[in-house]
Design a protein around this ligand. Structure first.
Ligand code: ATP
Ligand code: MG
Length: 406
């Protein structure tokens, strides 16, 4: 136990700890928030682990806003000042017959039992303002040496829950750490265990992995493991790593969707879309990745092409595509800067780029005697002419234009 570390604790979290302690239970901050605080990073959220059993927690927080989503597994979420604080009873995970989730959880009185079920030493530390830091597995030292190490034997821990293979790489990427030798060997030799893991869980970890500071290094170092759950060639991941490395030099401009597209740079549009769909992304996310696969490589970035592309996609996309093309080496930094400036200027000038931006609509065309498909086609053509600058976006002028065509 080390006393010297003083973890800053937000007031609502302190309130939760105090409530439990005053009621006679033990309570600690645990997991990611302790790890991040030691590293000097402000935690995204706070998890609390306690000796109080689920029913006892309910009593302790009976006058607070709580969400009981995970009560079966011992978790109660306390909502305070806009913070969601997950409070979980000390617990031992049962066996993992399916390698996915524990068949049962058992509540325990010992903090040490709760810490030893956790995945990595850096995630297995607890902190209480009264009792200080509890670091039973050398998590602090591993943070200092920037190492991801399993709590216990890596192969055993991965057999219990195959997702930990990807989590090891995710933390290595996000924190810019290395895997210790045992963990590094085990992620390679046990990657087939990812077959048993739900696509949703894989997607969450993979997304964090490719967005991490060390993404290019980890993708380049473990292409066999990362390509495995996607059923793509290792070469795809290596090419993705190159693109993401180039982007890092450009200041990490690529968002998750462009980073996924980087994986699929050596695949056809259809193949890339199919592989991404296998992760069960939302429709919005699938569309965002699909855009890169559709428009990569072929686009021009003059005024007309940019406005057309904005109209067909979303205003922010041409700039994202420019960053992608730059990372792929199909554009120079100077060209990218010039093209980005142009995109921003066109948006600032609020240049028409969608049919809805035209000063004329379907109703106006009907009054002029058009019907059916001719309406949509005419609007498309007028938009094209406005974008080209052949006609001004003014109702009178557009009407005149339509009439002169008849
Ligand atoms: P982040 O900042 O990304 O949320 P985190 O450490 O909080 O990182 P979570 O996935 O939120 O990560 O999990 C919270 C804690 O629960 C972890 O720190 C770890 O102690 C434990 N944990 C989560 N998933 C697993 C798992 N699959 N196996 C073992 N322990 C796990
Ligand atoms: Mg977390």
């Amino acid at each position: 136990m080390q006393k010297e570390f003083n973890m800053p604790i937000p007031a609502p979290v302190q309130f939760v700890l105090d409530r439990l302690e005053l009621a006679g239970y033990h309570a600690y901050c645990v997991g990611g928030c302790v790890r991040d605080s030691i590293m000097g990073i402000e935690p995204k959220d706070y998890d609390v682990t306690t000796s109080a059993k689920p029913r006892e927690m309910q009593v302790v927080f009976s006058d607070c806003r709580v969400v009981e989503t995970g009560l079966k597994h011992g978790t109660l979420t306390v909502v305070l000042e806009g913070m969601n604080i997950e409070v979980t009873t000390y617990r031992i995970d049962g066996t993992y017959d399916d390698g996915r989730h524990p068949d049962s959880v058992t509540f325990t009185d010992k903090l040490s039992d709760d810490l030893c079920r956790r995945d990595f030493t850096i995630n297995a530390m607890a902190y209480s303002p009264e009792r200080g830091l509890v670091d039973l597995y050398g998590g602090c030292l591993d943070i200092e040496n920037r190492i991801i190490r399993c709590v216990g034997t890596a192969t055993e821990r991965f057999s219990e829950d195959g997702l930990r293979i990807l989590r090891a790489l995710r933390f290595a990427s996000v924190l810019d750490f290395d895997l210790d030798e045992e963990c590094s060997d085990a992620v390679g030799s046990m990657k087939h265990l990812l077959d048993k893991i739900s696509r949703e869980r894989i997607y969450v970890e993979l997304t964090k992995l490719i967005c991490g500071r060390g993404a290019a290094r980890i993708m380049g170092g473990y292409p066999d493991v990362i390509s495995y759950p996607l059923s793509i060639a290792e070469e795809c991941v290596k090419r993705g790593a190159e693109i993401i490395r180039a982007d890092k030099e450009n200041g990490n401009r690529l968002k998750a969707s462009a980073r996924y597209a980087a994986f699929f740079e050596s695949l056809t549009e259809d193949e890339g879309n199919r592989v991404f769909a296998s992760l069960n992304p939302s429709r919005e996310e699938a569309r965002a990745v699909g855009r890169f696969l559709k428009y990569r490589g072929a686009e021009e970035f003059d005024e007309y092409s940019i406005l057309k592309l904005m109209g067909k996609t979303v205003d922010s996309f041409p700039e994202e595509l420019i960053d992608y093309e730059l990372a792929c080496g199909r554009m120079t930094c100077d060209e990218a800067r010039k093209n980005r400036d142009l995109c921003r200027r066109l948006i600032l000038e609020n240049r028409p780029r969608r049919v809805a931006d035209l000063a004329i609509n379907g109703g106006d065309l009907m009054k002029l005697g058009l019907s059916g498909r001719a309406i949509g086609e005419t609007l498309d053509r007028l938009l094209d002419e406005v974008i080209r600058g052949d006609v001004e976006n003014e109702k009178e002028k557009l009407i005149k234009r339509v009439m002169s065509d008849e």
